[in-house]
Design a binder for this molecule. Structure first.
Ligand code: HEC
Length: 130
């Protein structure tokens, strides 16, 4: 019986495990806002941001925000947008159909998403909260 084989297998399995760990930790690193938007937001807010994603149906009580509308987006402060993304619609007295993302996305990713939404509306928000 060859007693060395199991150790070889163990080493190979260990190397594979480390490779897998590296892959998983690399893939959980911050993604660019376009990628995060398509993955986490587009199903409700639409690929182009106009609030018409496949999960937004007229049977829902509220429509997802239309990010391409400067009139809708310019009344929101940057802080409100960041709060809504991180803590969900309920945190800004809006519908809880808007989910919280603070445990899914990093703080920097949320700020970058806010900047991405500002590019979609080509607008800025009021300086001070209303
Ligand atoms: C499950 C559907 C859904 C997903 C997914 C979703 N949203 Fe929303 N979102 C909504 C709805 C519905 C509203 C409107 C809430 C209201 O007006 O009461 C909303 C509102 C918002 C608002 C406006 C909040 C305000 O104060 O008016 C922002 C900003 C926003 N979403 C950002 C995002 C971002 C960024 C993502 C992805 C990371 C995302 N949402 C993912 C449904 C969703």
């Amino acid at each position: 019986m060859n007693s060395r084989a199991p150790i070889g297998h163990l080493l190979k399995a260990g190397a594979l495990f480390i490779a897998l760990l590296l892959f998983v930790s690399a893939s959980s690193a911050a993604a660019p806002p376009e990628v995060n938007y398509r993955f986490y937001c587009a199903q409700c807010h639409g690929l182009t941001g106009s609030g018409d994603g496949p999960n937004a149906t007229r049977h829902q009580p509220v429509a997802p925000r239309n990010f391409t509308s400067a009139s809708e987006m310019s009344i929101l402060t940057d802080a409100e947008i960041i709060l809504a993304i991180g803590r969900g619609g309920g945190a800004v007295a809006k519908s809880t159909l808007m989910p919280p993302f603070a445990s899914t996305l990093g703080a920097e990713e949320i700020i970058e998403l806010k900047d991405y939404l500002r590019r979609l509306c080509r607008c800025s928000g009021p300086e001070t909260p209303r």
